[in-house]
Write a protein that binds this ligand. Structure first.
Ligand SMILES: O=C(NCCc1nnc(-c2ccc3[nH]cnc3c2)[nH]1)c1cc(-c2ccc(F)cc2)cc(O)c1O
Ligand SMILES: [Mg+2]
Length: 214
């Protein structure tokens, strides 16, 4: 049987990137997605906005929802201080298999804990299983109809603290209307929209940065 798009993306990384060099992995994936096959990575334009927030927050603990091929995992992990951790949740075992290899190729496996399974099941177990008190930064990039329920779950599980930052991808395209309405109307959040484009296209999309006020 034929290969999948994530497998072809991984082959391009193994062929063209430099082992242990996260920037070359990022550039290779962006080139592959522009020139060969579009894929749903956050991409370079929104990725640059994400980078600036990661640097501003310099998080001790980070959660990513939706690993896919590990592109944003590599983007975030390459900016993390030594001794800090990124937990990334992936539901699809085929995506997870590719992502592990992309993260390892970038040499970032020490900073990343990839957990497979549905976010709704895993989030309530994070405190006890991974010794996390709260997350300083959460990147939401998984199923768009899970952003709101999982944000409420993070609140209920006491995984957010005053000042925790949520960065949400795709708030315009494909769109997360219920999530946007919630973070923009709730007194518990201070929310800001960063206008950009859907990865590798001219279609409008953007990131929503929401600071939890406790
Ligand atoms: O669906 C997306 N992303 C989600 C993948 C995923 N990867 N992993 C999950 C998961 C789902 C439950 C989970 N529960 C626990 N981990 C989980 C992970 N979901 C997505 C789609 C587009 C897109 C735009 C325009 C189009 F015409 C077609 C597509 C763009 C993007 O930037 C995206 O992020
Ligand atoms: Mg996305």
């Amino acid at each position: 049987t034929g290969s999948t798009r994530p497998q072809r993306l991984l082959k391009a990384v193994q062929k063209n990137a430099t082992k242990g060099d996260p920037q070359s992995v990022i550039s290779t994936i962006d080139h592959f997605c522009r020139r060969c096959e579009w894929a749903m990575n956050v991409g370079d334009e929104k990725g640059t906005i994400l980078d600036s927030v990661v640097c501003e927050v310099s998080p001790g603990s980070t959660l990513e929802l939706g690993t896919y091929c590990g592109y944003s995992t590599v983007r975030i992990a390459r900016l993390l201080a030594p001794g800090t951790k990124l937990i990334t949740l992936e539901f699809n075992p085929d995506f997870a298999k590719v992502a592990r290899q992309v993260i390892e190729f970038a040499g970032l496996q020490e900073k990343v804990l990839l957990v497979e399974g549905p976010s709704g099941d895993i989030i309530p177990k994070i405190k006890e299983q991974f010794g996390i008190t709260t997350f300083d930064l959460v990147f939401l990039d998984h199923w768009k109809d899970r952003y709101l329920p999982d944000t409420k779950l993070l609140e209920e599980c006491g995984l957010l603290r005053k000042g925790s930052v949520l960065m949400a991808d795709n708030v315009i395209c494909p769109g997360t209307p219920d999530y946007l309405a919630y973070v923009r109307s709730s007194p518990k959040y201070d929310s800001k929209y960063f206008k950009s484009h859907l990865e590798y296209t001219k279609v409008e999309d953007g990131l929503e940065k929401s600071v939890y006020l406790g």
